[in-house]
Design a protein around this ligand. Structure first.
Ligand code: SAH
Length: 266
């Protein structure tokens, strides 16, 4: 008999940003896998079992959860933010792809969550209001040369960028290098948002411009958003500035397109 596996996003940290769907999935599961600080956020009942593990063993954890679900248990894997954004849902799919055929019969659900860049963007205003991309700066799973190429391509294409995994003890220089690369392709006035621990009690939001941005301004709990030439900063007395990327492209063409689109949806 096959059980079930739900891969659940817990949001960035605040209990208010945990969806009712995620709470239901947690309430109906028996066995829990995930990085222990995430499992610690849940008030599990005594009958619910935790199988916490180190954050780096994603594929092993996915296989262990699938094997348990294949044995008939109701299993839940938790991720911070959204499980499909640099997190466990892809590891589960990869494990199913390469795993025994029985794993394809497991009832699988992926429950979305508020991803870090959305929580950080909301604190700053609307920096993701125009086209954007998300890049993990970790070269644990891909070469740094690919990351460099993507940074240049994104800057040249005019995307706002959200950086996940910006820096770690093992990778202390990459964010600084990323800023150096971007300074060669973007004006120094571009706003950069450092959103640390969004939604948690130790949340800290800092806004600087690209000319001043340094790697040391972030840690592993930070999502960094880099604007474009079009991204605007509104100073406010006694408040953090508002940062936004206008919906319409500057100039007559963008203005016309924006007003047509504005009639359809907001
Ligand atoms: N699945 C997660 C991302 C996992 S990758 C999500 O959707 O948010 C881990 C990275 O996410 C961290 O290095 C950091 O860049 C970012 N991150 C996770 N939680 C965060 C938070 N509360 N505030 C800011 N950044 C966060």
């Amino acid at each position: 008999m096959s059980g079930s596996l739900s891969v659940v996003g817990l949001g960035p940290g605040s209990p208010q940003q945990l969806t009712p769907e995620a709470l239901d999935a947690v309430a109906s599961a028996e066995d829990f896998f995930g990085y222990f600080p995430y499992i610690d956020r849940l008030n599990l009942r005594p009958d619910q079992r935790r199988h916490a593990s180190d954050n780096r063993e994603e594929l092993d954890r996915a296989r262990a959860a699938l094997a348990m679900a294949a044995g008939g248990r109701k299993v839940c894997i938790v991720s911070g933010g959204d499980p499909g954004v640099f997190a466990m849902a892809a590891a589960v799919c990869e494990a199913i792809d390469a795993g025994p055929v029985e794993w394809r019969e497991i009832e699988l659900s992926v429950v979305p969550g508020v991803t870090a860049m959305l929580a950080v963007a909301a604190k700053a205003g609307a920096p993701l209001g125009h086209d954007f991309c998300a890049i993990s700066l970790s070269n644990n799973l891909k070469p740094w040369s690919i990351i460099e190429r993507r940074l240049i391509a994104a800057a040249e294409a005019g995307f706002v960028m959200a950086f996940y995994n910006p820096i770690s003890k093992a990778r202390p220089h990459q964010l600084g290098e990323a800023f150096d690369i971007l300074r060669r392709h973007l004006p120094g006035s571009v706003p950069v948002i450092f959103g640390r621990a969004a939604g948690r009690p130790d949340e800290a939001i800092r806004i600087v411009n690209l000319a001043e941005a340094e790697g040391g301004m972030a840690d592993m709990a930070t999502c960094v958003i880099v604007g474009t030439q079009e991204t605007q900063l509104i100073e406010r007395a006694g408040e953090r500035p508002l940062v936004y990327s206008p919906r319409s492209w500057p100039g007559p063409k963008g203005t016309a397109a924006a007003s047509a689109e504005g009639k359809e949806a907001k």
